[in-house]
Design a protein around this ligand. Sequence first.
Ligand SMILES: *[C@@H]1O[C@H](CO)[C@@H](O)[C@H](O)[C@H]1NC(C)=O
Ligand SMILES: *[C@@H]1O[C@H](CO)[C@@H](O)[C@H](O)[C@H]1NC(C)=O
Ligand SMILES: *[C@@H]1O[C@H](CO)[C@@H](O)[C@H](O)[C@H]1NC(C)=O
Ligand SMILES: *[C@@H]1O[C@H](CO)[C@@H](O)[C@H](O)[C@H]1NC(C)=O
Ligand SMILES: *[C@@H]1O[C@H](CO)[C@@H](O)[C@H](O)[C@H]1NC(C)=O
Length: 388
Amino acid sequence: MQQTSRTFLLFWTILLSTRAEDVTVTCVWSSSCVLPCRSQYHDIIHWYKDNKQNSVHTFYDKDDHLEYQDGDFKYRTSLFRDQLSQGNISLLLQTIRTTDEGRYKCYSATSTDNSEQFIRLRVQAPVKEVDLNMKSDKISCGMKGVYPEPQISWYIDGSAEGDFSVEKAGDKEGLFSVSSVLSQSVKENTTYNCTISLRDKTQTASLRRENVVIMSGQDATIHCPVSQEISGNSNITLMFGNSSTILTYIQVSQFPTDTEWRGKKIHVALDGTVTIPNVENEEHTGVYRCLRVSALSRQEVYSKVQIKSENYQTGVIVGLAVLIFIILIAVLCWRCRKKIVNAIRKKQQTSSSENNRNSSNGNREEQGQESTPLAQIPGQHGAETDPQ
Ligand SMILES: *[C@@H]1O[C@H](CO)[C@@H](O)[C@H](O)[C@H]1NC(C)=O
Ligand SMILES: *[C@@H]1O[C@H](CO)[C@@H](O)[C@H](O)[C@H]1NC(C)=O
Ligand SMILES: *[C@@H]1O[C@H](CO)[C@@H](O)[C@H](O)[C@H]1NC(C)=O
Ligand SMILES: *[C@@H]1O[C@H](CO)[C@@H](O)[C@H](O)[C@H]1NC(C)=O
Ligand SMILES: *[C@@H]1O[C@H](CO)[C@@H](O)[C@H](O)[C@H]1NC(C)=O
């Protein structure tokens, strides 16, 4: 009779412990974390992890007993002593490591009763911003020192793109770094999104490059990455060149508005369109960057504003025309000269062949032929050889 009731009790305990939903706590890597547990029995407290033989923390006879503590938890555990009498037998675990992930058992007992609870610990390294970079015509994306293992995906103009390389590495502390390069080259007027997911957290960065070529004196229109879907908490910064900040909006709700920059009234419309009026010189041409940052995303548009110079174009055309003209003249002259020379040679040849009929030396004839055209120029040769 006693045997069956004991078996029943055991069965009931197992049923209870498997039935009860594990409490899940997400702990931040390298910081402290409380594994919550409450029990009316608190004379004996054992904390265990997964299938580890030794305990994580042990308490009885009103004191900690850490002689048999698992080495991984040395100097990192404590109970809230002043709270034990109120049934708070939670464990404080310090400097959380990635290896702390797992299922913990909180066992508590008196000499007559006991109870067990299970707590699931998850580790998360603080999510960082996605690094999205453009080098020459390749675009790369990455994140460093995160946990758990990150998943990466790309979108081109909103549709998923599968052709990219991925490199993942884990450091000695179990944190991951990921980097990815998109296979295709960066095109103009195209939005590239890179998304990095860590379990239930997702971070996105997007990038777009535009070229704005205008005639001198025209208005230049560039864009800020504003979309209605991600409204609310985000800041917008419009920059010129590397460092010069034209404007900063804390919260997009301040749109639309005008701002004064380098003597121009810059208009920013509700849809993110920015107008720079009457662009005439280098002071206002170059690369404009508009950056939008919110808690989970970072979007950037690069706009290169250039003036299509008419002077430059006509200059090139005139230059080319002149060059062609010169070449033409040169060719004509060369042919002319050749004709004249040939005519002279012919004339010379006929006269010299008449002379050579009297002479028998062939060598002389050749030398003579070579030198005749020069010798023909009156006075010159004689004057040089004769010092007089
Ligand atoms: C136990 O006490 C600690 C320290 O005051 C507190 O942070 C924790 O939330 C308490 N836990 C429970 C389950 O009462
Ligand atoms: C990703 O790209 C699409 C279109 O290309 C855009 O609408 C969306 O806002 C982007 N997402 C983020 C978070 O930047
Ligand atoms: C990009 O868009 C601008 C403005 O809509 C346009 O003038 C330009 O020709 C486009 N560039 C390409 C390469 O399509
Ligand atoms: C802008 O940055 C590039 C590289 O980051 C650098 O080569 C260039 O000199 C910088 N220009 C100015 C005006 O600071
Ligand atoms: C926007 O800027 C303000 C002031 O600099 C800052 O406190 C806030 O955290 C920023 N918001 C975002 C989403 O970056």
